[in-house]
Design a protein around this ligand. Structure first.
Ligand code: AMP
Length: 282
């Protein structure tokens, strides 16, 4: 496995793999790798002859006052994990490599970037989209792997690829959870022991909504108030949003029907956590 910091060098190595007839699978990450990331890497390993993982804490997707400075960077452990998983190349560029000058070009995926997390994180998704566009241009993968955990991000990246005719396929892999249901996240390490206990309520709330839907409830407002009841069991949990939207358009739904995304974001102490489920409602 090679660990590469420069765009020039990564391009040469990937071009070599391509000319040897290998398909390139790509897993973009911000590091602090966990089982969620590993599942994407395993999927890439399974589908592609050459696997590239990027580790880059992308400054353009963090807003003022967000956690970019304290974002965990356990680089050596990440490299070891990638090696153990059979990754071919880790691309870990510096900020200077990725943004040698203040970029004036953004990718703004309209409509999909404004609801849900877009409300409280203005500019976040144009930062995500621009860094993905840059990484796709650098790595030129055949397939890029994303997690359902960040549902809105996956939808936005898929739309960007379609709208801009980017020559790659996006595969979205299921959310990997701890045994008690908490979605794995690099940000879980910000939780205190008490916060970690209460964090199980996120998935419990989503499951409650699913149970109510199975029992015939179709009113989003009723489902949201049931979910609020669960989250309010913890006084530490500050709800940012609970949204029930069409899983394709992200339009809010008064009544659930079809493929429905139920998504939430909360703060528990210092940690901002998100989670979601998709329910197919007949
Ligand atoms: P991040 O390093 O947080 O930017 O995430 C990199 C990729 O890993 C994104 O496509 C995430 O959606 C995905 N990911 C993060 N957590 C999980 C998880 N618990 N299950 C599946 N994918 C995940």
């Amino acid at each position: 496995m090679e660990v590469i910091n420069t765009i020039e060098k990564v391009r040469v190595i990937i071009a070599g793999a391509k000319s040897a007839g290998k398909s390139v699978g790509f897993v973009p990450t911000m590091g602090a790798l966990h089982e969620g990331h590993f599942s994407l890497i395993r999927a890439a390993r399974q589908h592609c002859g050459f696997v590239v993982v990027s580790i880059f804490v992308n400054p353009t997707q963090f807003g003022p006052g967000e956690d970019i400075d304290k974002y965990p960077r356990p680089f050596d452990a990440d490299i070891k994990a990638c090696r153990d998983l059979g990754v071919d190349v880790v691309f870990a560029p510096t900020d200077q490599q990725m943004y040698p000058q203040k970029n004036l070009t953004w990718v703004n995926v309209e409509k999909l970037s404004t609801p849900l997390c877009g409300k409280s994180r203005p500019g976040h998704f144009r930062g995500v989209a621009v860094v993905c566009a840059k990484l796709f241009n650098i790595v030129q993968p055949d397939i890029a792997f994303f997690g359902q955990k960040d549902a809105q991000q996956a939808i936005i990246v898929q739309r960007m690829v379609a709208d801009l005719n980017m020559p790659l396929k996006i595969v979205v892999c299921p959310t990997i959870r701890e045994i008690d249901g908490l979605a794995m996240s690099s940000r879980n390490r910000y939780l205190t022991p008490k916060g970690r206990k209460d964090a199980v309520l996120l998935y419990a709330a989503l499951q409650k909504a699913e149970v109510f839907i199975a029992a015939g409830q179709r009113e989003s407002s009723e489902l949201i108030s049931e979910m609020e009841k669960i989250l309010k069991i913890s006084r530490q949990i500050k709800i940012e949003y609970i949204s029930i939207v069409d899983a394709r358009t992200l339009n809010e739904l008064d009544k659930v029907k079809g493929k429905v995304l139920i998504a939430l974001a909360v703060k528990i102490g210092q940690a901002r956590l998100i989670d979601n489920i998709v329910v197919d409602v007949k």
